[in-house]
Design a protein. Sequence first.
Length: 133
Amino acid sequence: MKKHFSFIAGLFLVMFTSLYCFAASPAEEISKHPELSGKLENGVRVIEVKASRYKFEPDPIVVGLGEKVRLIVTSADVAHGLAIQELNVKLSIPAGKTEHIEFIADKQGEFQAYCSVYCGPGHGHMQASFIVK
């Protein structure tokens, strides 16, 4: 009887530990296993981004560590900006226009891309995740 109890208790311990270690919130899961954004062209990760009140698409934007990245950003309505402070990215996009910026994704992590040009009352909430994995 003692052997059976020890075996069952050990089994529950393993199951509980596994669930605890592998359980993650949906946001954590996205960060761990997202697909890379855009496409690779001549060694450059090219990503088309649409900026509109009050969002960026795609969201999240995912690149590989060390990749050269070209963001091609189009404003669908009013003037917008796209900034990622940790990667020294800052771009202004006039209303209805397209601009681009290139940089090396040299820091791993999840960063906030945000609108750096006032675009209306929801401006402060215009952001996207930029993930370097």
